[in-house]
Design a protein around this ligand. Structure first.
Ligand SMILES: Nc1ncnc2c1ncn2[C@@H]1O[C@H](COP(=O)(O)OP(=O)(O)O)[C@@H](O)[C@H]1O
Ligand code: SF4
Ligand SMILES: [Mg+2]
Length: 332
């Protein structure tokens, strides 16, 4: 049995809510990530899906060690990740890279694309000795489907999809083992989305990459993901293989999300069940007691308000619902 490349246990990230200017007083906590656990195997893709504000980006930031966790543990190839310093931190940064949603704001507009893609070599000269860098940058641009002749151009001279390829080339520069993708295609047109997703799939096969792939829509992650985790108010509520999540979902929230996924085939679209969620997402400062989904759940019973349903195996895969039952929402 291979070891997970990334192993996360009970990860919590709370942000203090303060009032006052001179004398800041904590008046509460935003429970952005509230007890997330998973293993990621080498070369695997875990899709993480949930509505805006459910804690996806916070999870990504903590996994990238850009924000310290409030509590919990994460291991990279068996070694603890949090609180690393010096060369241990630098070596983790080589292995673990991120691709962000908006390539434009994450690319320095005053740097050429060649300098942007080659910048990681400044911090990690051991990966590409000075004399070989230009050639490495050209190779990286080629690998992501950009013209290596364009290394001297600036980000604004590229389209949105091409800028996302630049961000991917930079993430690849140090030959990482894991890339956290935080909604990398959400800002792109649907046709461009497919191209970037295909590129990520090809790079994964070529380089043996593992992805944590974040999206707010179940349809985006479907074909790339080996497993999908559905997230609601800081917690994973259902985790399973593509088939388990899309064809045999057991958590009402997953079923509701699936019912709003775009279906291209008009005949299948007509046979899909429509589940409309009522009510807003509750505040992560004061989440509902028991099951966090209960204020929007059509199946909620008394026990849902008093007992939090643990994420455990129910009907063949992980689901955090006291009344988990299969309901296939999307036909075919
Ligand atoms: N630095 C921060 N300080 C306080 N609250 C934050 C901070 N970052 C995120 N949040 C809050 O945490 C929750 C989760 O946010 P986020 O992780 O960005 O969600 P998502 O990426 O799923 O849209 C939101 O309520 C957001 O307002
Ligand atoms: S535990 Fe209760 S409220 Fe939560 S999803 Fe299941 S039925 Fe709905
Ligand atoms: Mg986000």
């Amino acid at each position: 049995m291979p070891e997970p490349v990334l192993s996360v246990r009970d990860l919590v990230k709370h942000f203090p809510v303060t009032r006052g200017v001179l004398f800041k007083r904590a008046i509460g906590q935003v429970k952005a990530v509230d007890g997330v656990s998973f293993d990621l195997m080498p070369g695997e893709t875990l899709g993480v899906v949930g509505e805006s504000g459910c804690g996806k980006s916070t999870l990504a930031q903590v996994l990238m060690c850009l924000e310290p966790p409030t509590s919990g543990e994460a291991r990279f190839e068996g070694r603890p990740m949090f609180g690393l310093k010096g060369s241990a931190m630098r070596s983790l940064r080589r292995d673990l890279q991120i691709v962000l949603q908006d390539p434009y704001t994450s690319l320095n507009p005053r740097m050429t694309v060649g300098d942007i893609v080659g910048e990681p070599f400044e911090i990690h000269p051991e990966v590409a000795p000075a004399g070989s860098r230009a050639a490495r940058v050209r190779e990286l641009l080629d690998v992501v489907g950009l013209n290596p002749e364009h290394a001297n151009r600036y980000p604004h001279q590229f389209s949105g999809g091409q800028r996302q390829r630049i961000g991917i080339a930079r993430a690849l520069a140090l030959r990482p083992k894991v890339i956290v993708c935080d909604e990398p295609v959400s800002a792109l047109d649907v046709s461009i989305q497919a191209q970037v997703m295909n590129l990520l799939g090809r790079l994964q096969r070529e380089f043996g990459l593992a992805y944590v792939f974040i999206a707010h829509d179940l349809s985006v992650v479907r074909h790339l993901s080996d497993r999908v985790a559905v997230m609601y108010l800081g917690k994973f509520v259902e985790v399973g293989t593509e088939d388990q999540i899309y064809a045999h979902p057991t958590h009402p929230y997953t079923q509701a999300l699936l019912s709003s996924v775009p279906v291209a085939d008009p005949e299948l679209r007509g046979r899909r069940e429509v589940i409309r969620l009522t009510g807003d997402v509750p505040s992560p400062i004061d989440p509902p007691s028991g099951c966090r989904f209960r204020t929007r759940c059509w199946k909620a019973q008394d026990v849902c308000a008093t007992e939090e349903p643990p994420l455990v195996e129910r009907l063949g895969h992980l689901s955090a619902c006291h009344f988990a039952e299969e309901r296939s929402v999307v036909p075919g």
